[in-house]
Design a protein around this ligand. Structure first.
Ligand SMILES: O=C(O)[C@@H](CO)OP(=O)(O)O
Length: 247
């Protein structure tokens, strides 16, 4: 059996302000740092060990991984970064307050933008100062690979090549992998792993900073998955993520 642990970053400054974030590179709050450290302590207490860590190129996920590994006394572990694990790009919604957007466009429209499989939020203009196209960290990508918006389907399409090339072969070789990522890049991976339908993925919300453990068979098919620690607290935290897009 292979074990894979996924962790969404801890609370970010824009989670606290309830703003659509996407590829905007915001920091963790003090609460977010503590969530990451608590996750590390929990993993250590349960005897988890890792051979390889993967994260995005955004600091809220990177710092979550650092704090989690620091709490585990495992900062020496190898860490790979990929833009493919970045949050789903939120297009022209990036920076807007979620509840105010729901007041303006309605809860249902915001649910479609936040959770539908194939409806992207309105796109950024390429010359919009919020666009990441001039950001040095994406300089090696082709222009079209830096999104102006993404639906979850687009995120699945760029996360899965990384899964197949960088993560699955390591798991098959017996390595223990920790991935620190984002709400929607994790929804993309979980949709693939669990074979969740396009309709049912709308109801899936991932809480900040709680390790999500996948036990996988030899073919990397999930046998079971669970949040470490208090399952009811994880369910409450997921429900509060779902409520963030309501007026
Ligand atoms: O704003 C975002 O980028 C994501 C994650 O914080 O939000 P949501 O849960 O609304 O998809």
């Amino acid at each position: 059996m292979h074990k894979l642990v996924l962790i969404r970053h801890g609370e970010s400054t824009w989670n606290l302000e309830n703003r659509f974030t996407g590829w905007t590179d915001v920091a963790l709050t003090a609460t977010g740092i503590e969530q990451a450290r608590t996750a590390g302590r929990l993993l250590a207490a349960e005897g988890y060990e890792f051979d390889q860590c993967h994260t995005s190129v955004l600091k809220r996920a990177t710092h979550t991984l650092w704090h989690c590994l620091d709490a585990m006394e495992r900062t020496w572990l190898p860490v790979a970064h990929s833009w493919r694990l970045n949050e789903r790009h939120y297009g022209a919604l990036q920076g807007l307050n979620k509840a105010e957007t729901a007041k303006e466009y309605g809860d249902e429209q915001v649910l479609v933008w936040r959770r539908s499989y194939d409806v992207p939020p309105p796109a950024l203009e390429p010359q919009d100062p919020r666009s990441e196209r001039g950001d040095i960290r994406y300089a090696k990508l082709e222009a079209g690979q830096v999104p102006l918006t993404e639906c979850l389907k687009d995120t699945v399409a760029r996360v899965l090549p990384y899964w197949h090339e960088a993560i699955a072969p390591r798991l098959r070789a017996g390595q223990r992998v920790l991935i620190a990522a984002h709400g929607n890049s994790m929804r993309a991976l979980v949709k693939y792993l669990d074979g969740i339908s396009d309709e049912d993925i709308v109801g899936l919300n991932i809480p900040n900073g709680i390790p999500l453990v996948y036990e996988l068979d030899a073919d990397l098919k999930p046998l079971r998955h669970y949040y470490l620690g208090d399952a009811q607290a994880a369910a409450r935290a997921a429900a509060s993520v779902a409520a963030q897009g309501k007026a």
